[in-house]
Ligand binder design. Sequence first.
Ligand code: NAD
Ligand code: DAU
Length: 331
Amino acid sequence: MQRVLVTGGAGFVGSNIVRYLIHETPVHVTVLDALTYAGAWKTLEGLPASRLERVQGDIRDARIVDRLVARADAVIHCAAESHNDNSLRDPLSFISTNVMGTGVLLEACRTYDARFHHISTDEVFGDLPLEGEAAFTEATPYEPSSPYSATKAASDHLVRAWIRSFGLSATISNCSNNYGPWQHVEKFIPRQITNLVDGVRPRLYGDGLHVRDWIHARDHASAVWAIVEKGRIGETYLIGARGEMSNKEIAGLILAEFGRSPDDVEYVDDRPGHDRRYALDPSKIMAETGWAPETDMAAGMRETVQWYRDNEAWWRPAKAGVEKTYRAEGF
Ligand code: NAD
Ligand code: DAU
């Protein structure tokens, strides 16, 4: 495999995958990204131009998608509207990008016989009770809660249909919550770190006891490449690092980096339809590909806090607008 097309490569997960491909593999990478509010070329700064081509364009634009897929051996599809809170404000844009956009890419991959890997989320399975040890597996039925997760579920189903009906060479991964550098300040962890830089207390939705299963974006990237190289065509793999923590516990870790008490938080309104707990079992990808996460959560969080302290120029332009929108809604 020589040429890989990464959609959404100027966003958080996509840029971490692009960095992994450039640093850990010999492939040439083309990024197709519309550069919405969530994407920027500055996120890919420092990577060698000889290995990386950057194309601004929309995954719903069949002409540009066809041109790029025609010369790719594989497509890693990350482009999406990705934020649950935004999907409650403007659900139709999620249907358009996440469903139609995936459909356009699938048609191009069918035409040019390209290998397709679909990046999806554990949120397609809905949520789990706080009590108990239950975890999602590849066999868990789909039960998405938000417009965002419903559009991701729809796109997963499209990929399965193209595999079965057209014999497309495709795989799917459903990953848990990512953290790490280059995540937009609208998301939980960057929002609280950058709040604390500004002297504002972390803001927890509802009772703050909702649980997410955290993985470093670098480990997500290595898992995706393990699937592209060693995964079985037609299969789905769950990616996670067994990193369950409540939002209150995460806020405590961040507060500790600023030398503040773990209780120095503010409780705000709850997200409508807020999923209670995610947890997933990554046994299948580990057994079939030999992949394992490498980042220790405490060390990864320290490094992430430091990254936001060192890279204010990257996130500062978005901060005031994000906070204005949140505050207007009681968050
Ligand atoms: P993000 O919002 O940071 O980045 C999305 C990128 O897609 C941006 O660069 C944006 O410009 C681009 N994009 C949006 N619409 C586009 C369009 N129509 N055409 C071309 N490019 C477009 O999102 P993220 O957190 O990096 O998520 C990327 C993917 O990973 C999504 O599919 C998401 O469902 C999945 N995922 C994310 C996480 C997580 O915790 N962040 C976990 C599991 C799965
Ligand atoms: O599980 C994978 C998903 O993780 C991905 O598919 C999504 O693209 C990604 O955005 C993420 O979704 P979440 O909704 O879990 O992430 P978010 O960062 O928005 O919120 C994480 C938790 O923190 C969630 O329980 C809501 C809560 N929260 C969020 C914000 C922004 C707060 O308590 N306060 C906040 O200010």
